[in-house]
Ligand binder design. Structure first.
Ligand SMILES: NC(=O)c1ccc[n+]([C@@H]2O[C@H](COP(=O)([O-])OP(=O)(O)OC[C@H]3O[C@@H](n4cnc5c(N)ncnc54)[C@H](O)[C@@H]3O)[C@@H](O)[C@H]2O)c1
Length: 414
């Protein structure tokens, strides 16, 4: 049976490499659809936790993962017909994309190819990376495209915790190194994604993903600027945005916040700005947006400082409570959270800062652990400034507002 037939008849074994926010739901969707599924991760403890039924991603149903073969053994790739890479792609301290984890996962696949294999990258990479930095790793192992392997870029667009748009009903972009590669990947995704959009090259698919996240990065920086403007003009920014949102075309509402966080928005725009600079065509507007977004927790800090001063309180003696430490609501993800940045800045300025987050029991900063303070134990009356940093559901913000002397709402909850 050839690979297309095997995919068509679901006679394949699929391996997902990297079992995080992207890989785990994907492995779950595959096993649910009746594919033999292997989940591979380099984190031995994570694999043990998953085997013991401990899920770090709360909106995933444990039962949806039943039947996945969980392992750290890359040797099992030999059994697979399709391998999908979902490993992290961070940036270095100087904002250079680091795709070394994708490359090492790809090398493992290349080492274990007994026969035709469809290899898909879902991790975010910069334009040209698939062709220039991943494809050669297969050639170095003596493999031929369209004969031994088919390489495809199909970026994940998942929004963890979003129940309206899921892996199934979010259209999937597919850009293959060849037309056959694209067709095989489209066939594969059509089993568990409602709509698959095949684009003409991996470079288009890579740029699509970066355009989407850069669009958000730009708009967040812009709306935060409008927020600053409205506050200085004593205008309600939410009234402005909501009224503008009644325009049925040409406008899409974005809302202010304490800054961007998570693994995507804090890194993906740099994949584009880095590549654009390499090509001598800098994306200056996007570069400005990323630096404004990095500054945003400092702007909140200044707001806290000013508000305290108006109340006659010095920052270095103030007790400050941050409500929410994750980067977005209703998820336990603290990666690059702007609330953590604010926490650090306040500590550096000797405030007595604490936090409450129903999804996070503690955070670690410079080797020290800070626990989430149970809200019913926090003497709200003694807190000098409370800051809503994440808009988690299930918190009685109205009652908190009644019990505190100063409240700064960076999310527009109130
Ligand atoms: N989190 C999101 O909302 C989101 C959305 C769309 C796209 N993405 C992209 O998807 C990719 C993965 O992101 P994530 O949020 O799932 O990351 P994650 O940190 O939640 O999970 C990644 C997993 O990969 C494992 N891993 C690292 N190197 C590995 C290797 N060589 N082989 C096997 N496993 C390995 C890690 O141990 C970890 O468990 C990134 O490129 C990210 O930009 C993320």
């Amino acid at each position: 049976m050839d690979l297309a037939q095997k995919i068509n008849q679901k006679e394949i074994t699929a391996a997902v490499l990297g079992l995080g926010y992207v890989g785990l739901p994907l492995a779950g969707a595959l096993v649910q659809k009746g594919f033999k599924t292997i989940g591979i991760d380099i984190d031995r403890e994570k694999i043990e936790r998953l085997k013991n039924g401990y899920l770090e991603i709360p909106f995933l149903d444990q039962n949806s993962l039943d039947g996945i073969e969980l392992t750290t053994d890359f040797g099992l790739l030999r059994k697979c017909d399709v391998a999908i890479i979902c490993v992290p792609t961070p940036v270095t301290n100087d904002f250079t994309p680091d795709i070394s984890l994708v490359q090492s996962a790809a090398q493992e696949i290349a080492r274990h190819i007994p026969e035709k294999k469809l290899v898909i990258i879902e991790s975010t990479i910069s334009p040209g990376a698939l062709r220039e930095k991943i494809y050669p790793l297969f050639l170095q192992c003596g493999l031929f495209h369209d004969k031994d392997f088919y390489l495809v870029y199909a970026p994940e667009r998942i929004d963890p915790g979003n129940n309206n748009f899921t892996l199934k009903n979010t259209p999937r972009i597919v850009g293959g190194m060849s037309s056959t590669a694209g067709k095989l990947a489209s066939l594969f995704y059509s089993h568990f994604v409602d709509s698959v959009i095949k684009v003409s090259s991996p470079e288009i698919a890579e740029t699509v993903k970066l355009l989407e996240n850069s669009f958000r990065s730009l708009n967040i920086a812009f709306i935060n600027e409008i927020d600053n403007y409205c506050r200085s003009s004593k205008l309600d920014v939410y009234e402005v945005i909501n009224a503008a949102g009644t325009k049925p075309f040409g406008f899409m509402p974005f809302f202010p916040g304490p800054g961007v966080g998570g693994h995507c928005l804090t890194t993906d725009p740099y994949f584009l700005t880095w590549q654009a600079r390499l090509q001598g065509m800098p994306c200056r507007l996007l570069e400005l947006a990323t630096s404004l977004n990095r500054e945003r927790p400092w702007q909140v800090f200044i707001r806290v400082k000013k508000a305290l001063k108006e109340k006659g309180k010095e920052l270095n003696k103030a007790r400050i409570l941050l409500l929410g430490i994750t980067y977005k609501k209703n998820v336990p993800d603290i990666r690059e959270s702007p609330a953590i940045n604010l926490f650090k800045i306040l500590r550096e300025h000797h405030s007595l800062v604490s936090f409450y987050d129903p999804f996070v029991s503690y955070i670690e900063i410079a080797g020290e652990n800070y626990n989430s303070e149970p809200l019913d134990k926090v003497p709200l009356k003694e807190i000098d400034c409370t800051v809503i940093t994440t808009d988690h559901d299930g918190i009685d913000y109205q009652s908190i507002q009644k019990n505190v002397s100063l409240l700064i709402d960076t999310r527009g909850v109130l």
